[in-house]
Design a protein around this ligand. Structure first.
Ligand code: SF4
Length: 166
């Protein structure tokens, strides 16, 4: 089985600021798993670089704005839908996504006030993937699971990866 992974964690310079965000534990999965890089914001047509964006979590309806106040919801949704299609076509049942991102965040995201405030929630692509029954977790949870598995003598195969082995 394949695992979808936020492309920025595999070294792709696709972040809003033009940087990448390599994550060692994620890159190390290449040795044992077939990784499918995804970047919902690139898929949605957002240029690199672009202003930072956040989901306005105080509102019930989904709305994504950038730091200049422009509504970016359509691009985020378009990119998320493309990623869902790709992930389904590739047969991934697990996605490991970049924490706190308005697209990829799993469990905590910024609140939409651009004040560095985190609240419980999921990014747009993470929401759609979960809605399709695809497990989406952050690299932070992956690291915690790997550490716990190591501490309990399970080597490097925590349960979260057990069903996604090749
Ligand atoms: Fe990384 Fe996701 Fe942001 Fe793309 S949208 S740069 S994959 S966190």
């Amino acid at each position: 089985m394949k695992i979808a992974v936020s492309a920025c964690m595999l070294g792709e310079p696709c972040r809003y600021d033009g940087a990448s965000k390599p994550v060692e534990v994620v890159g190390a999965l290449k040795a044992t798993h077939d990784l499918v890089p995804v970047c919902p914001e690139v898929a949605g047509g957002l240029p690199i670089p672009h202003p930072p964006c956040e989901i306005v979590t105080a509102e019930r309806a989904l709305r994504v704005i950038d730091a200049q106040g422009a509504d970016q919801t359509d691009a985020f949704l378009a990119g998320a839908r493309q990623v869902v299609e790709l992930v389904k076509n590739e047969g991934c049942n697990l996605a490991i996504l970049k924490a706190k991102s308005p697209s990829c965040g799993c469990g905590r995201i910024y609140d939409g006030t651009f004040s560095n405030t985190l609240v419980p929630g999921y990014g747009v692509a993470a929401r759609l993937l979960r809605g399709e029954g695809i497990r989406a977790i952050s690299e932070e949870l992956l690291s915690a699971c790997l550490q716990a598995a190591e501490a309990h003598g399970h080597g490097h195969k925590p349960p979260v990866l057990a069903s996604s082995a090749q």
